[in-house]
Design a protein around this ligand. Structure first.
Ligand code: MN
Ligand code: MN
Length: 396
C-alpha cells in the first residue's frame, strides 16, 4: 500500500483532520527530492528515487591498495655451508597471506636436510642444475626422484622430505608454499630435533649407546656441504604417474596452454594429481606482448620473475588500482578475485614462475566476457561509446 492510499483510508476514519493529512501526504510525495538509498524496500521498490543520478558510494571509505611486490632476491639470505635460501612471506609482503615463495640454491654435493613443514605444502620449479628429492608419506611409503630444469615437485604439508644436488653443477629452484606465514626459518629439521632432544631418549629411540650422539651436529644443519653425488649413482625410485610427486612441466604435452602473446605451461590437479591443493606453472610473455586482463575465481596468485622486465596492472575494486614495475628476482602477489594484466616492457622474453593456492585452475578473461555479452547490454554498460567501437571490441 502506498503512502497516498494509506493516508486516504486514514482520512475516511478521521474526518476533517484526516483530509488535511491526505493533502500533506500527496504534497510530500510530489515534492519528494529523493536521496540515494530511498528507492523503496522489498516489494514496494517500484521506481528509481527521483533525483538520484549520482552514486552514493564514496571510494574513500575503502582501504588503500596495498603493496603487491617484494624484491625476493634482494632479501637477506639464510646461508649455511652448502647453500642459501631467500624468501618472500607475509612478513616481507603483508598482502601475501595465501602463498609464500623461496629461491633456494644448493652447491654441488649439498643437501637440504630431512625436514617437514607444520603449516604448508611445498611446490617447486627447478631453474637450473639437477637434484634428487626423497619424500616420506604417513603411510610409510617413500619416493625418490631425480629432477632436471623445468621439472616440478609437490610435497603435502607435514610430509618428510629432503633435497640433494646430483652432478657437478649447482642446483637452484623456486619453492612456493600454500600459506603466506610459512618461512624457511621455521621448518622442522632433523639435526635441530636431535640436538635439542635428551640423549637418553635418543639412545632408547635408536637402540644405541648415549655417547654415540655426541658426534651429531649442534644446531640446525639446514643446507650441508658434502661430496658430489654423480648423476650415475643417484638412485631413483619413482611412483606410478597417477601418484608421483614429480611432474615434467616443460616436457609433458598435457601442460601446454599457450595464449596470444606467449607460452604457458601449467600443472593443476588435473595434470599432476599429487598437487591437489596447488597449481603452478611457467608463463613466458613475448617481447612487446601482454597476458590480457583476467582474474582467478578460486585462488590467490604468486609470481617469481625469472627473467625480463614487466608491468603488472592490478584492479582492486572501489576505484582502486596499482601499476607495479617488475624485474628479474621480484615476487608479486595477487589476491583472489583481483583483476590483473602482465605486460612485457623489456627487450627479452618475460619469464614468470606462477603458483596458485588451489589445485583446480580457474580464470576468467575480460575479453571473453565482452564477446559473450549482447551488444545492447554493452552499449548500456559503456554509455557514450559508439556501436562501431563495441563491435570492434568483440572482434579481438
Ligand atoms: Mn621443504
Ligand atoms: Mn593470473
Amino acid at each position: 500500500m502506498d503512502a497516498t492510499r494509506r493516508a486516504l483510508l486514514g482520512a475516511a476514519a478521521m474526518g476533517a483532520a484526516g483530509l488535511a493529512l491526505v493533502q500533506n501526504a500527496a504534497g510530500a510525495e510530489a515534492s519528494d527530492a529523493g536521496k540515494p538509498g530511498d528507492g523503496g524496500v522489498g516489494r514496494n521498490a517500484v521506481q528509481l528515487p527521483p533525483g538520484a543520478k549520482v552514486a552514493s558510494h564514496n571510494p574513500k571509505d575503502i582501504q588503500a591498495m596495498p603493496e603487491f611486490k617484494y624484491a625476493l632476491d634482494g632479501n637477506v639470505p639464510k646461508i649455511t655451508s652448502g647453500g642459501w635460501a631467500k624468501e618472500s612471506t607475509l612478513h616481507q609482503l603483508p598482502v601475501s597471506t595465501g602463498l609464500a615463495g623461496v629461491h633456494m640454491f644448493l652447491n654441488p654435493g649439498a643437501s637440504r636436510e630431512l625436514h617437514w613443514h607444520a603449516i604448508a605444502a611445498e611446490w617447486a620449479f627447478v631453474i637450473d642444475g639437477q637434484c634428487q628429492t626423497m619424500v616420506l608419506e604417513p603411510s610409510g611409503a617413500s619416493e625418490i626422484n631425480n629432477f632436471q630444469p623445468g621439472d616440478l615437485w609437490y610435497f603435502e604439508k607435514g610430509h618428510g622430505h629432503s633435497i640433494q644436488t646430483i652432478g657437478d653443477k649447482p642446483c637452484h629452484f623456486i619453492l612456493s608454499f600454500n600459506n603466506g606465514a610459512f618461512s624457511e626459518h621455521g621448518t622442522f629439521s632433523i639435526t635441530d630435533w636431535i640436538d635439542v632432544t635428551p640423549k637418553d631418549i635418543l639412545a632408547a629411540n635408536f637402540n644405541l649407546p648415549k655417547d654415540l650422539f655426541d658426534a651429531f651436529p649442534k644446531g640446525e644443519t639446514y643446507i650441508q656441504a658434502g661430496p658430489i653425488v654423480p648423476v650415475s649413482q643417484a638412485l631413483e625410485a619413482p611412483w606410478p604417474k597417477e601418484s608421483t610427486h614429480k611432474f615434467r612441466l616443460l616436457k609433458d604435452p598435457r601442460a601446454v596452454r599457450d595464449f596470444d602473446g606467449g607460452t604457458f605451461r601449467i600443472a593443476s590437479v588435473d595434470e599432476f594429481p599429487a598437487s591437489h591443493n596447488m597449481t603452478g606453472g611457467l608463463m613466458i610473455i613475448d617481447k612487446g606482448k601482454q597476458r590480457n586482463l583476467h582474474w582467478h575465481t578460486n585462488a590467490n596468485e604468486f609470481h617469481y620473475y625469472l627473467r625480463g622486465k614487466g608491468q603488472v596492472a592490478i584492479f582492486g575494486s572501489g576505484g582502486r588500482s596499482k601499476l607495479t614495475d617488475v624485474q628479474t628476482g621480484d615476487a608479486v602477489y595477487i589476491p583472489a578475485g583481483y583483476g590483473h594484466a602482465i605486460k612485457n616492457v623489456g627487450d627479452e622474453p618475460l619469464e614468470i614462475v606462477q603458483t596458485w593456492d588451489n589445485g583446480k585452475f580457474e580464470e576468467i578473461d575480460l575479453d571473453h566476457w565482452v564477446r559473450a555479452s549482447p551488444n545492447y547490454l554493452l552499449s548500456n554498460n559503456f554509455v557514450g561509446v559508439p556501436e562501431s567501437t563495441i563491435s570492434k571490441m568483440k572482434q579481438t
